[in-house]
Design a protein around this ligand. Sequence first.
Ligand code: NAD
Ligand code: UDP
Length: 323
Amino acid sequence: MIKRILITGGAGFLGSHLCDRLVEAGEDVICVDNFFTSQKSNIAHLLGKPNFELLRHDVTHPLFLEVDEVYNLACPAAPGHYQYNPIKTTKTSVMGAINMLGLAKRVGARILHASTSEVYGDPDVHPQPESYHGNVNPIGPRACYDEGKRAAETLMFDYRRQNKVSVRVVRIFNTYGPRMHPYDGRVVSNFIRQALAGEPITLYGDGAQSRSFCYVDDLIDGMLTMMTMPDEFPGPVNLGNPNEFTIRELAELVVELSGSTSEIIHDREQPQDDPKQRQPDITLARTRLGWEPAVALREGLQRTIAWFRDADLSMYRAPTPNY
Ligand code: NAD
Ligand code: UDP
């Protein structure tokens, strides 16, 4: 039976890959996006397909559609993007979640919410299991995103308890791959763009802070599997690659794989509240979803660098002003 599936933020980096997979699977896909941090080129190849529909809409406003499933991804995700208009970021997380949960409740749809490792803040438990409640600064520059996402998780579980909505929550750790916004300021996009242009690779701080990078195809597998889980398992579940690297190691690997002559420089101090360490504990995903990442960083970076080489950077712009 073909499902009608709504993907908010469907034109973004992760959303466009999710659209691809669900359109390929023959589902009836509705992509909703306001193009704050994305561009039509991510989904242009899907326009015209009979089982794909694009709707320009801002999720802070109510939306009335009839669907079987909702993937709620709409939210700027890169620090530079979500700090651009922080009040709007919180509105998108919180009001977007309320509107999509209201829709799911009205039509009896299942909803999967894209949460984040940022709910753990700058963690003092390592690696981070789902049972860890986090160390978030509620008034810092990352709070609009972190607390917005935490409130969205709260809403998911209150709609589940109070209104019996079928919810699924995944906490996504740093994910990279083709269609990352080249100017989003995230570390993988920055380093690859800098390496290919022969510009200095910009380390913030001494580069000893760590992240664990998951290739996009692995992440999408995890999200799709989570959507099929029974109601007894709403999550939250961590999705990410547990292989941890320092930011300096990442810089060195990008330089090597792109055959670049770029030097690695200390560009500025580590930003405020920037987590020093981040690594998912994916025991729960392994045991309950039978999921774990398959693509190693070296392999994933090669694919991503190949995409960046061919990308037309003039198609990408900074977030819309006065948004
Ligand atoms: P992205 O910026 O490429 O995608 C977000 C999409 O949401 C964009 O297309 C943007 O235009 C859209 N959007 C933003 N505000 C909107 C609004 N008010 N109404 C409608 N659309 C809106 O980022 P991404 O990396 O693809 O992230 C997708 C989701 O996954 C986000 O919710 C993000 O928080 C979550 N996530 C991503 C990562 C990662 O490493 N990529 C990690 C943790 C969580
Ligand atoms: N970073 C860096 N140089 C850059 C961009 C980012 O050293 O040009 C660092 C950043 O300070 C952080 C890490 O890389 O410690 C990951 O940053 P990103 O913005 O990709 O995502 P985060 O995991 O912090 O949300």
